[in-house]
Structure formats: structure tokens, C-alpha cells
Design a protein around this ligand. Structure first.
Ligand code: M6P
Ligand code: ZN
Length: 203
């Protein structure tokens, strides 16, 4: 039997498998893809302008995540893969963003690779120092251990990026949900600006 891939004709052999995952037509395709949708109503803790937040439609989709978990959660040595699609928008002056988290096993690192759009990666260490890196198509971001991470969409189109993280890393949302990051990303005169968030007291 023969099959055609990559414009070549192969003789099918038992030890050559089809890929298990493909990113195709802006979607992750494969078996057992985990899908999460976060709407504004799920994100009550994260935006600073509570009045602007209350005036918006809670059903507005802020982001979706498609993930592949090829091993069980908490498997030491395993890796997970996911793609996040973050929609453009703002709550007041603050850009749409992800919840953001530390890893439950604090020293676990992660990679983000931007596929499309224009964004910002916010990184905060455990002492509460926050910095940001620009995200643009093709940009690759190493997120060190012990560092909370969050992305914001600063453009007019979807920001999508792939992520690779250890299967035992886990998500610890509690600190961010309570204190936020020490800086918030807002639009001023049409440009993204990092501003001090006075409500943060980490230590
Ligand atoms: C990336 C990875 C995921 C994460 C997702 C959304 O895909 O870091 O682990 O779940 O972004 O971020 P959050 O969980 O902070 O909402
Ligand atoms: Zn992470």
C-alpha cells in the first residue's frame, strides 16, 4: 500500500505513524484536545477598572486554550503543549489578558512562541518585580522558574501563541487572583504602558 504526503509517495510501513497533533487552519487537531474558554464573567478578579468591567457583557470571550496532555498531570519528566487564542479588547484602559499564574512547583519553566498578533508577556518574580516582553509573530519567550506569567493582547487582531511546560508544573492562580501583578498594562495615547499597581503587596 502507498500513501502520499509532503508531495512524496511512501510505501506504508508499520513503524511510520501519522503525526498525533497538527496545527491546521488555526486549530489544534488531534485526539483528546482539552479546550477551555474564558469569558469576562470568569475573570472578575483580574481587571483593575471594576466599574468598566461591571458595564461589559459577561459572556464576552476573552481567550481560549487548546491543550494536549499526552501524559497524566503531575508526571515528572513529561511535557504539555497548548495554544492560547487571546481576543483583542480592553476593560477600561486595560488590555484583555490571561489570568496569569505561578507554577505550583515553583521552579518549573515554560516556553511561549508567538504565532500571530501583537502582545505583551508580563513576568513577575516572587519579590513582586514585574517586567514585560513584546510578543510578535515568531517571537520566542523563555519563562524562568519562580516567575508568574500573563499575556495581554495589545493589537486589533487575535494574539495566538503556543506554550510548552512540564507536566508536573501545575497552575497556582491564588496569589495572582488575590494581589494581581505589581504592574498593569494599560493603553495611554494609543500605546501600551506598564503602570504601577498600588494594590500589590506580595511579601
Ligand atoms: C498557556 C499556558 C497554559 C495556560 C494558558 C492560559 O497556554 O501557560 O498553561 O493555562 O496559557 O493562561 P492562564 O492559565 O494563566 O489563564
Ligand atoms: Zn505556566
Amino acid at each position: 500500500m502507498t500513501e502520499t504526503h509532503f508531495n512524496k509517495t511512501y510505501t506504508t510501513m508499520n513503524d511510520i505513524a501519522e503525526p498525533e497533533l497538527i496545527f491546521k487552519d488555526q486549530k489544534l487537531v488531534g485526539n483528546n484536545i482539552d479546550k477551555i474558554t474564558r469569558q469576562l464573567k470568569d475573570l472578575g478578579d483580574i481587571f483593575s477598572d471594576k466599574e468598566a468591567y461591571a458595564a461589559m457583557d459577561g459572556n464576552t470571550v476573552v481567550y481560549k486554550v487548546e491543550s494536549s496532555f499526552p501524559v497524566a498531570h503531575n508526571t515528572e519528566g513529561g511535557l504539555f503543549y497548548g495554544i492560547t487564542y487571546l481576543y483583542p479588547g480592553k476593560v477600561g484602559d486595560e488590555y484583555f489578558m490571561t489570568k496569569g499564574h505561578f507554577h505550583s512547583i515553583r521552579n518549573r519553566a515554560e516556553y511561549y512562541c508567538t504565532l500571530e498578533g501583537e502582545g505583551m508577556l508580563l513576568l513577575m518574580d516572587e519579590d513582586g518585580n514585574t517586567r514585560a516582553e513584546k510578543m510578535l509573530p515568531g517571537s520566542i519567550h523563555y519563562i524562568p522558574g519562580n516567575t508568574a506569567h500573563r499575556t495581554a493582547n495589545v493589537g486589533d487582531t487575535i494574539l495566538s501563541f503556543s506554550a510548552f511546560w512540564p507536566a508536573d508544573a501545575g497552575h497556582d492562580y491564588a496569589i495572582i487572583s488575590e494581589h494581581g501583578f505589581s504592574k498593569i498594562l494599560v493603553e495611554q495615547n494609543g500605546l501600551p504602558v506598564l503602570m504601577n499597581n498600588s494594590s500589590v503587596k506580595l511579601k
